[in-house]
Write a protein that binds this ligand. Sequence first.
Ligand code: PMP
Length: 383
Amino acid sequence: MDLFNVYPLVNITPVRALGAKLWDDKGQEYLDFYGGHAVISIGHSHPHYVQRLTEQLQNIGFYSNSVQIPIQRELAEKLGRVSGYPDFSLFLCNSGAEANENALKLASFHTGKKRVIAFKGAFHGRTSGAVAATDNPKIVAPFNADHAISFLEYDLTAVEQALQGGDVCAVIIEPIQGVGGIIMPSDEFLQGLAALCQQYGALLIADEVQSGYGRSGKFFAHQHAGIRPDVISVAKGMGNGFPIGGILIAPELQASYGLLGTTFGGNHLACAAALAVLEVIEEEELLAHATELGHYLRTELLAHAGAVEIRGRGLMVGIKYDFPIKEIRDKLLTEHHIFVGNASDPTVLRLLPPLNITRAEVDRFLGALASFSPQKTQKVSQK
Ligand code: PMP
């Protein structure tokens, strides 16, 4: 049987990984500035993570939600405390798309409304509901919910007009767009958006699948704006490679909980992985580390070569050029053995290294990029 629809971003075959390093099948070492698409939060095969998962598997690896699974409560309690949402409830599933699917479903059940507001360039996943809220022409929404979704600019007047149209159950937003190319709505926009949602009775869903788990330097990227969404979607960095996702649900939405469910969601191994991630985030103070190294990285990038804009927060960084980045990305890989990400905007290079990347590793990346540098950056965006 052939594999269906495989489209590797680069032609390497990693067979071993540790921290921010990958080794391919020929023993070549690579520096991982892509983190398996923002999934590797605490570094590949972190010793604590390996130990936690191994011990869990030696006891019990899986049972479905038909039994008591105390490690789920342990995870919910810890995530609530570390994230600053102790009063929310956690629903566990297996991926980012599934998290958003459930967030949208919850919003519709809770409000009894059907329309959704999403934003231009958004990526929320590939299941029917999530893909319908995804603004990417390359991704097809077969059960087309177009009629129910409005894709707007970051413009509060436009949002208010759409809300006035009525029947809006939710506004879904990435506090920092990832796939779109590290696009940041302003803090003021997010604050205005939260106020409008409250005024018009629509739920605010923060899709933190890529920007969450410390990547921006705060646990959640929306926390830079001081807002409190009704539902927060998480996945990717939550499990550091073990498939797990979830939604954090505000206490007011309790009545709608019972409609969510999934066989694998919240299994023992997945919860052990997610707990190990939180333990390492706390133990190694990775929020502070991501803030500091992200600031250093972005400041040093300002001197870089041909880039027209450096954007992002923490270790979620976009370098915008006025030409396609493919050649730079290829050269970084083949000549410097550094793996970086791309975006749906072909002129943006996306950096998503593990949160515990070292200063020496950042310097190695900067040194490699400096070899492409004739001129100074002209324009710098926020933070
Ligand atoms: N939301 C965002 C913001 C994402 O970046 C992604 C994945 N790129 C998803 C949702 C979908 O996550 P998954 O691939 O785990 O379904």
